[in-house]
Ligand binder design. Sequence first.
Ligand SMILES: *Cc1c(COP(=O)(O)O)cnc(C)c1O
Length: 239
Amino acid sequence: MTDRKAQLAANLAQVEERIASACAAAGRKREEVTLIVVTKTYPASDVRILRQLGVRHVAENRDQDAAPKATACADLSLTWHFVGQLQTNKVRSVTSYADVVQSVDRAKLVTALSAAAVRGERELGCLIQVALDAESGERGERGGVAPDGVEELAAAIDSAPGLRLDGLMTVAPLAGEYAGRQRAAFDRLMEISSRLRAGHPAANMVSAGMSGDLEDAVAAGATHVRVGTAVLGVRPRLG
Ligand SMILES: *Cc1c(COP(=O)(O)O)cnc(C)c1O
């Protein structure tokens, strides 16, 4: 094994242990939680190693980085998640490799994603990104729609050709009433998810939790955790 492979294997084992313990503590089955490794700022060679180590889901947040990486890894059977703020001029590119866009937060983006998916003859999974710190009717600073905008967006995705409404995503807020209260934030997301699922039963994905707070997310009921640093190491700069 190369040094890098050994390092990633050790890190993955630790994260796996954390997820398994969190599931056990919450009385949940391990299979209820899917690990998505966030590979942003790390090279395609790492993605390749991760796949050899059994990782099936990877996430990226910048199209400029993600597009060449996805191309370099096109031979691997991986599900690619896009988790960054998305400008409409990048939608065509993102749609060419992403299987799921987790950062859908406005109607204009739904229209653009739908057009690109239809044109590319793809079905694209969509998660609505919820900004738990956004004011009513607004978007959050790091993207995301305010909780009271979720249903309208869900209806738009539901009726958009080429798109599939899969559920919700959030990033624990740094400001507002949920700052520093990850568990409360993820509980709130679960409430919003329950309401959403009442009208859209198939939209049952809940993507929450990162390296620092995955236990809180698993305890609250998340189905997907997005882990970067704990698997790949500390990124050289914020990415
Ligand atoms: C970078 C990123 C993550 C992973 O964060 P870590 O703290 O490195 O685990 C998860 N979700 C999103 C949206 C990200 O941008």
